[in-house]
Design a protein around this ligand. Structure first.
Ligand code: PBG
Length: 320
């Protein structure tokens, strides 16, 4: 008989045979920036998460950095909106200013900016519309301009999340033609048309005013197609590929790990966060244990980086 229990009989041996453990080096902490001063607005659907004004985000990052978190992903919200999303690439826009401020205060923080226009279009779609339909070419032009404007402010990495075809290639070309060859790109390569983004839409005020994102984001039931999306991003020059959401897409994470030798990121999205938060608040689950189990499961599936709103909590658990 196989005596599995031999390797489980004490804490020491359990730790010796433990195969996966998330670390501080894996965590990427997403933050929302809102215009104004001295603002730290709670996001109702994401308990413990806030929209920060620039001054407040600096404090938040200082705290996270103190805990050992090294990477931040930022989203600008509550921005001026228009049909063609011009504010997205305004050189003095909110995100642009915030990038300068963060890199100035914390040059050692690895700063990633989400590149999308859903928070900048009056209709809330991630692309430019012509006659009510996404115009892919116009959209990737705007995404490239936006990414370039972030690079000019000193961002380390841009992460296009619009799911427009060819967005990574368009951005790589724009960056390289302006001497930003050192600005990296993380593709939201396999981004599913997921209801797990619900709470984020409240946070970013970026819900589409009509229709939905099913014509550009991926059908959640598809696996093979996700691998094709990942392959395309790699061919287009992505430095890192990402899968989003994470918890119910672990088969994709595993397959992506086999497919590519690039660093692999997963996005533990807003709905995944809120589900755990609300069940824990109701006393149905043990939050600490569930968070650790969840983050370690991403490592087991093959993820390198974990983008998670739990970052500060997860860091605290490691530092305990
Ligand atoms: C922007 C974007 C979204 C998320 C990240 N970037 C929302 C969406 O596509 O609707 C979701 C993040 C989350 O739910 O935590 N396109």
């Amino acid at each position: 008989m196989n005596k599995f229990h031999r390797l489980r009989k004490s804490k020491a041996i359990l730790e010796l045979v433990k195969e996966n453990q998330y670390t501080l080096n894996d965590l990427i902490y997403p933050l929302f920036i809102t215009p104004g001063k001295n603002k730290k607005e709670p996001i109702t659907a994401m308990p413990g998460q806030y929209r920060f004004s620039v001054d407040q985000i600096i404090d938040e990052i200082a705290g996270a950095r103190e805990q050992g978190i090294k990477a931040i992903l930022i989203f600008g919200v509550n921005n001026p909106k228009s049909d063609k999303a011009e504010y997205a690439y305004n050189p003095d826009g909110l995100t642009q200013q915030t990038i300068k401020e963060i890199k100035n205060k914390f040059p050692d923080i690895y700063l990633i900016a989400d590149v999308c226009i859903c928070a900048y279009t009056s209709h809330g779609h991630c692309g430019i519309l012509v006659d009510g339909k996404i115009d892919n070419n116009l959209s990737i032009e705007v995404l490239a301009k936006t990414a370039l404007s972030y690079a000019r402010c000193g961002v380390d990495m841009v992460a296009p999340s619009a799911m427009m075809d060819g967005q990574v290639a368009a951005i790589r070309q724009a960056l390289d033609s302006d001497a930003f060859t050192q600005t990296a790109i993380m593709g939201y390569s396999a981004k599913f048309f997921s209801s797990f983004y619900g709470p984020f839409r409240e946070a970013a005020d970026s819900a589409p005013q009509f229709g939905d994102r099913s014509t550009y984001q991926m059908e959640p039931a598809n696996g093979r197609q996700a691998l094709r999306e990942i392959e395309a991003d790699i061919t287009e020059g992505a430095d890192v590929v990402m899968i989003k959401p994470a918890m119910v897409y672990q088969d994709i994470i595993w397959q992506a790990r086999q497919l590519s030798r690039l660093p692999l990121a997963v996005y533990n999205v807003s709905g995944e966060y809120s589900m755990i938060k609300s069940a824990a608040a109701a006393g149905y689950i043990d939050e600490r244990k569930i968070v650790i189990e969840t983050l370690n499961s991403f490592k087991r599936a093959g993820a390198d980086w974990i983008i998670t709103y739990f970052s500060r909590q997860a860091a605290e658990y490691l530092n305990e």
